[in-house]
Design a protein around this ligand. Structure first.
Ligand SMILES: [Zn+2]
Length: 439
């Protein structure tokens, strides 16, 4: 018998390397990694482990990769809704940020978001906000994997007063976390309308020097494109191409306003695209031509955007929205199948972050980042096809167990790394303070 740390048997295992579904298989885990994936009867003959578990009514899938978040803003969830992006930012979110954003707020918001992500089956996230150490400390404590953006915006915030300060603090963060086992960074210029072109050039050099991806909101709204054309006679993507930024190292978030010229630019440059359908629908920003990007060979991942504009960090809900929107906008129900959508929420996210050798699918050699979804509930019975059921009928409350690098973060809905009651207490305290200030 070969020895391992854990053997996890399940009714279904959905690796997401391709569209296959394995029945009655077991994941074998050793030192936080998947060392084998094989039929349960064979696993019983081949391996022994101190921890053997059976998930006889569950599907195991890779943990979700939420490829666009602002978890440091989680305490602003529901603060202002039903507004257009620029009204929402200028009159509600940026003033609230000026009044409240601090290390302490970002830490508490990130813990709240980490708890929500784990409860919804997310094991990896891609963050853009300020007070990077606060988010990193919260994510580390929670046990999550993630990329934290060295966020840059051309106006002073509580985090930094000048471009040099944003970059200096970013470099400090990079140095502090460059060898961390689960956390890393990206460069994250907020958007073309908030970061000047010479700053973008600096960021590009910085990203090349430290081999970091660039995470940026790109062509999120028609206004952004109009403003860019009025100021420079060029669309944002053309400006990014001119400074050499449209490459596979660009994580282009939203991409809802796309014309023929844009398509030619992305066909050549092959950036990573992050689709955030719920945020795009709620802010009426537009609809990203996901199927066209995919047909051009681009990798399209999925993100929720911040809870302040979505208003949740629910990747199962986001998958459903992505599939439905793709079908509606192409007027073709075959567009974005359930299996393709599940891959978008897992492996494609890992690819977008350059983590596809580490996470995003259940493959021997990768980290044991996976979840168990309880399918034996009224809401998901009868069950003819587990992947369809997960994408079209399951709620995030059915995620029962979560592991990152083989470590259990949630067991039968109970968080093991975070104190739920304390989180709720702190959140209510913040709500009181923020509400008084808003009134
Ligand atoms: Zn965003």
């Amino acid at each position: 018998m070969k020895q391992a740390d854990q053997i996890i048997h399940a009714r279904w295992v959905i690796p997401c390397e391709d569209l296959s579904i394995l029945e009655n298989h077991a994941l074998i885990i050793e030192k936080g990694k998947i060392i084998d994936l094989l039929p349960s009867p064979e696993a019983e003959k081949t391996y022994s482990a101190p921890l053997i578990e059976h998930f006889s009514t569950h599907a195991l899938t890779p943990g979700f990769v939420n490829t666009h978040t602002h978890i440091g803003m989680n305490l602003f969830r529901g603060l202002a809704d039903d507004l257009a992006l620029m009204d929402w930012l200028n009159h509600h979110i940026w003033p609230a940020e000026r009044a409240w954003v601090s290390h302490e707020l970002v830490y508490d918001a990130s813990l709240l978001a980490a708890a929500e992500m784990i409860r919804g089956g997310t094991t990896c996230f891609n963050e853009m906000f300020f007070f990077l150490q606060a988010t990193a400390q919260a994510a580390d404590q929670a046990g999550l994997r993630g990329k934290i953006g060295i966020t840059v915006i051309d106006f002073p915030t509580a985090w930094a007063k000048s471009m040099d300060e944003y970059l200096d603090k970013g470099l400090g963060f990079y140095e502090e976390y460059k060898n961390h086992e689960r956390l890393g960074c990206t460069m994250a210029p907020h958007a073309i309308y908030t970061v000047a072109e010479n700053t973008l050039t600096k960021i590009q050099r910085f990203a090349e020097k430290y081999r970091l991806r660039i995470n940026m909101h790109v062509q999120e709204t028609a206004d952004e494109v109009r403003q860019s054309l009025a100021q420079t006679q060029k669309r944002p993507l053309r400006r990014l191409q001119d400074i050499g930024m449209v490459t596979p190292d660009l994580i282009a978030v939203h991409m809802t306003q796309i014309d023929e010229e844009d398509l030619e630019i992305v066909r050549q440059g092959k950036p990573q695209v992050v689709h955030c359908p719920e945020s795009n629908m709620k802010l009426a920003s537009g609809s990203s031509p996901v199927q066209t990007f995919r047909s051009l060979g681009l990798n399209v991942a999925l993100g929720t955007d911040g809870a302040a504009s979505n208003n949740d960090l629910d990747m199962i809900g986001e998958m459903r929205a992505a599939a439905f929107l793709a079908k509606l906008s192409t007027q073709n129900p075959q567009t974005l199948s359930a299996g393709e959508t599940l891959q978008m929420a897992t492996l494609n996210g890992a690819k977008a972050l350059g983590l596809e050798q580490i996470t995003g699918s259940l493959r021997v050699g990768k980290a044991a980042d996976f979840i168990a979804i309880q399918l034996d509930e009224i809401e998901t019975q009868p069950l003819y096809h587990p992947v369809s059921q997960i994408v079209y009928a399951t709620s995030r409350q059915q995620v029962s167990d979560v592991w990152v690098a083989g470590k259990r973060l949630m067991k039968n809905r109970e968080l093991l790394t975070l104190d739920e009651r304390e989180l709720l207490r702190k959140t209510k305290e913040w709500q009181q303070k923020i509400k008084v200030n808003q009134a």
